[in-house]
Ligand binder design. Structure first.
Ligand code: NAD
Ligand code: UFG
Length: 342
């Protein structure tokens, strides 16, 4: 298939490009570079062994810009990563988050349908479960209250895409609910490249290890978890990338499924590791120091979040292959080789 990859210059998008080409697909990338660097695409092309990845610096809110891309390329499906994703910033700038993520997706979907391209894989998040009603989380767990506008954009976009599919059964909609992506391509040439102070655990750990930050703050050690720190379902970004390729099956197999062609999958490993488990594994596997101190809980955090990923295995044949040691090794391999990012 020829796939439109929105947000393809970003962390998960760049890794997914590699998996797409490995599986024999081709891609066209649209990204406004608001949170990425086109160097990632040059390195991806190098890793794949092609001269370049077709790329348009276009904002998904720019209807004419998208129209031109669709006029130029025959696109079979879209993997839609483009969006703003900083939880804390979304609390400060809710309008910007709703306008970019929801406004952008509505323009994208409209242009897609006008061009007869009605297959979409959407980057959703475990955040739609709120404080989950059950652990491990299955896809039938009810959605919950999000604690920030970013989370609400994911929850609302899921609903919008499902409604659009219901009204026009030619659409096939796949909602992938990612758990906590970490790690990097094994080459160490592409990886997560956050602007400013990292919000997320793994980039914070790697920046402490490389000497850019003094110590990690561990947000709370009084949660009802084995060691008191938060537990998450960390997933290697290359496994996550491969899940998108597996999910393309939903488009080719769609008619064999029911008329309701919305597919929802949890994308995690099914294992929960605590913040301190991650720190200790990082130190042990990489032989580097990561000083830390215990800080108060972070507002909006939940104690435990991990999934039951068996539906994705049963229906699209996808399962995580990498474990915690691969995750911490590959995160470090990227940071060590690229202390200042791209
Ligand atoms: P990222 O910021 O690295 O990538 C997103 C890309 O989208 C960036 O390259 C950015 O420049 C681009 N973009 C943003 N707004 C755009 C717009 N209006 N038009 C065109 N391009 C635009 O983030 P990521 O970690 O690769 O995340 C990819 C997707 O997965 C996002 O939708 C994110 O919300 C979702 N997600 C991420 C995580 C995570 O922890 N990384 C977890 C769950 C879901
Ligand atoms: N943590 C620390 N110190 C830090 C950063 C994080 O102790 O400096 C802890 C958090 O308190 C939490 C755990 O590490 O217990 C994981 O935190 P992250 O910020 O890395 O990830 P979250 O689970 O909070 O959120 C992530 C993404 C969201 C997404 C959510 C569910 O950032 O976008 O997973 O998919 F919605």
């Amino acid at each position: 298939m020829q796939i439109l990859v929105t947000g393809g210059a970003g962390y998960i998008g760049s890794h997914t490009l590699i998996e797409l080409y490995k599986a024999g697909h081709t891609a066209v990338v649209v990204d406004n570079l608001s949170n990425s660097n086109p160097e990632s695409l040059r390195r991806v092309a190098d890793i794949i062994g092609i001269p370049e990845i077709p790329f348009y610096r276009v904002d998904i809110r720019d209807r004419e810009g998208l129209e031109k891309v669709f006029a130029k390329h025959k696109l079979d499906a879209c993997i839609h990563f483009a969006g703003l994703k900083a939880v804390g910033e979304s609390v400060e700038k809710p309008w910007e988050y709703y306008e970019n993520n929801i406004g952008g997706t509505l323009v994208l979907v409209d242009v897609m349908r006008k061009h007869g391209c009605k297959n979409i894989i959407f980057s959703s998040s475990a955040t739609v479960y709120g404080d989950p009603a059950e652990i491990p989380i299955t896809e039938s767990c009810p959605k919950g209250q999000c604690t920030n506008p970013y989370g609400w954009t994911k929850s609302m976009l899921e609903q919008m895409l499902m409604d659009i599919q219901k009204a026009d059964p030619e659409w096939n909609v796949v909602l992938l609910r990612y758990f906590n992506p970490v790690g990097a391509h094994q080459s160490g040439r592409i990886g997560e490249n956050p602007n400013g102070i990292p919000n997320n655990l793994m980039p914070y750990i790697t920046q402490v290890a490389v000497g850019k930050r003094k110590e990690l703050g561990v947000f709370g050690n009084d949660y009802p978890t084995p060691d008191g720190t938060g537990v998450r379902d960390f997933i290697h970004v290359c496994d996550l990338a491969a899940a998108h390729v597996a999910a393309l099956k939903c488009f080719t197999n769609a008619l064999t499924h029911s008329l309701n062609n919305t597919f929802i999958y949890n994308i995690g490993t099914g294992k929960g590791y605590s913040v301190l488990d991650m720190v200790k594994a990082f130190v042990r596997v990489n032989g580097v120091e990561v000083p830390y101190s215990i800080k108060p809980r972070r507002a909006g955090d939940i104690a435990t979040c991990y999934c039951d990923p068996s539906k994705a295995e049963a229906e699209i044949g996808w399962k995580a292959r990498y474990g915690i040691e691969d995750m911490v090794r590959d995160s470090w391999n990227w940071q060590r080789q690229n202390p200042e990012g791209y």
